[in-house]
Write a protein that binds this ligand. Structure first.
Ligand code: R5P
Length: 324
């Protein structure tokens, strides 16, 4: 179904087909109405998009969630940006709550691509003026795009949940790998809980395989809160939770922004060593990928507020003062 939103102030909200519910929720936050867009895929896989009304002079926000099939949804978003540009939208913001290809942000070995940079170039070439994203896998991705990048943080949303449900007395915040230590450290400050770090190893020749080498920090008799930006196959979290329980943790709860949940994540995350998983809905989660120990928090209020700040020339930074 086609989704374009416009309000009388000329803010236009366009949605790709990957996660229409999120776009609708954001439109609601903005007190805006969804308008019609025609978006379809031809028999050979090519995508077509056309807006149902004039976008001339509009401040357009194009929301797409980069879930499977990610290349298709990225291409659809690029095509929508191109259509907006050619129809004389005044400013175009790509809203990519989960930035595609964020994990390939550098050459880890010779002859590798830097796909996250390529994606930024593609957005620019299509006609995007700015990008809005949540919890980028690496902050330096902001520098890949030649224009403003609004980097939002889901931490306030997740933190509020845990401040209500966990006691800081026996809590330890755990970073599941070295890459997330800085963020885990902020969590530990916010919750007044000590920090532990897991030394994770991946074999670069075998995708999605993980092993835990060592835990640095006190976890025995503690409730461990593992914080990560994303859960893909779930193996990072599963291996970390197993290691924490083996080292005497009395509970393991997990906070992550992006529930990518590629197979077999749903099974893996129901491992008995994991007591609770809390994520946001930056990506669509069908019913068969949900279970009783999973909590999904809405991200639309955060996105709606950020879009409002950008549209009103307000401050996105002020949304996170002292938070991240
Ligand atoms: C790693 O750098 C990320 O922060 C995640 O921990 C990782 O990508 C999750 O992947 P998976 O769930 O497949 O282990």
């Amino acid at each position: 179904m086609a989704l374009v939103t416009a309000n009388k102030k000329n803010l236009i909200l366009v949605s790709g087909r990957a996660h229409p519910q999120l776009a609708q929720d954001v439109a609601k936050e903005l007190d805006s109405e969804l308008l019609e867009t025609e978006a379809r895929t031809f028999a050979n896989g090519e995508i077509y998009a056309r807006f149902g009304e004039s976008v001339r002079g509009a401040d357009a926000f194009v929301i797409q969630s980069h879930t499977h099939p990610i290349n298709e949804w990225l291409m659809e978003q690029l095509i929508m940006v191109d259509a907006l540009k050619r129809a004389s939208a005044k400013r175009i913001t790509v809203v990519a709550p989960f930035y595609p290809y964020a994990r390939q942000d550098k050459k880890g070995r010779g002859r590798e691509p830097i796909s996250a940079r390529l994606v930024a170039d593609l957005y620019k070439a299509a006609g995007a003026d700015r990008i809005m994203s949540i919890d980028l896998h690496a902050s330096q991705i902001q520098g890949f795009f030649d224009g403003p990048v609004d980097h939002l943080f889901a931490m306030p949303v997740l933190l509020e949940h845990f401040q209500k449900s966990l006691s800081s007395d026996d809590l330890t915040v755990v970073s599941p790998d070295m890459g997330r230590v800085r963020v885990a450290d902020i969590w530990s400050d916010k919750l007044g809980a000590p920090l532990a770090i897991i030394h994770k190893r991946r074999d670069p020749r075998v995708p999605n395989q993980v092993s835990v080498h060592e835990i640095v920090g006190e976890v025995e008799g503690r409730v461990c809160l593992l914080v990560d930006d994303l859960i893909d196959t779930g193996r990072t979290i599963q291996k970390a939770a197993e290691a924490l329980k083996k080292n005497g943790a009395k509970g393991v709860v997990v906070a992550a922004t992006h529930a990518v949940f590629s197979d077999p994540a749903t099974e893996v995350l129901q491992d008995p060593s994991i007591d609770q998983v809390v994520v946001t809905d930056t990506l669509p989660l069908p019913d068969h990928k949900r279970w009783d120990r999973l909590t999904v928090l809405p991200i639309a209020p955060l996105l709606g507020r950020a879009i409002r700040e950008v549209f009103d020339d307000g401050s996105v930074t002020s949304m996170f003062d002292g938070q991240a």
